[in-house]
Design a protein around this ligand. Structure first.
Ligand code: DAT
Ligand code: MG
Length: 149
C-alpha cells in the first residue's frame, strides 16, 4: 500500500491548525501510520530540503523549518501521495485553490503550513529520513470495508 510523508510546519503548529489538518486526512479515508511532534535539527532540515540546496531561499527554508516544533506524519492509502498533494494545494498559498489546506489557511510561499512528498521516490526517501522502521505502525482500520469495494 502506498505511503507518503507529511509534516505540519512550524507556522501550522503555531496557528493551531494541527487538529484541522489531521482531521482532513483522517476523514478523507487515509490511514495514519506514524506521527511525532518534534524539533527539527539543522542536519535533518538540510537533508530534507537537499534538492533545494542551490536555491536562493534555501537558508531561509532551513531556518524556518527549524524555528519551532513540527508534526511529522506518515499516511497510507490508495493513491495517497498524489491525493495528499492535491489536498495540500499549490506551493504558493495565494494561488492554491480554495478547499486546499494552503488555499484555505495561507497567504505566503514562505509560510505554507504543510509539507507533502511529491512522488513515490521522494515519499520513500522522506519516510526513511524522518522515521525509524519501528516507528511505523501497521494496523487494519475497521472502517476499511466502508471505504473500499
Ligand atoms: P512544495 O512544498 O509545494 O513541494 P517545493 O518543493 O518547490 O514546494 O519547495 C519547498 C518549499 O520551499 C516550499 O514549500 C516553500 C519554499 N519555497 C519554494 N519556492 C519558493 C520561493 N520561490 N520563494 C520562497 N520559498 C520558496
Ligand atoms: Mg517539495
Amino acid at each position: 500500500m502506498e505511503r507518503t510523508f507529511l509534516a505540519i510546519k512550524p507556522d501550522g503548529v503555531q496557528r493551531a491548525l494541527v487538529g484541522e489538518i489531521i482531521r482532513r486526512f483522517e476523514t478523507k479515508g487515509f490511514t495514519l501510520v506514524a506521527l511525532k511532534f518534534m524539533s527539527v535539527s539543522k542536519e535533518l532540515a538540510e537533508a530534507h530540503y537537499g534538492v533545494h540546496r542551490s536555491r536562493p531561499f534555501f537558508a531561509g527554508l532551513v531556518e524556518f523549518i527549524t524555528s519551532g516544533p513540527v508534526v511529522a506524519m506518515v499516511w497510507e492509502g490508495e493513491g495517497v501521495i498524489a491525493a495528499a498533494r492535491k489536498m495540500i494545494g499549490a506551493t504558493n498559498p495565494l494561488t492554491a485553490e480554495p478547499g486546499t489546506i494552503r488555499g484555505d489557511f495561507g497567504v505566503n510561499i514562505g509560510r505554507n503550513i504543510i509539507h507533502g512528498s511529491d512522488a513515490p521516490e521522494t515519499a520513500k526517501t522522506e519516510v526513511a529520513l524522518w522515521f525509524k522502521p519501528e516507528e511505523l505502525v501497521s494496523w487494519e482500520p475497521q472502517i476499511k470495508p466502508w471505504l473500499h469495494e
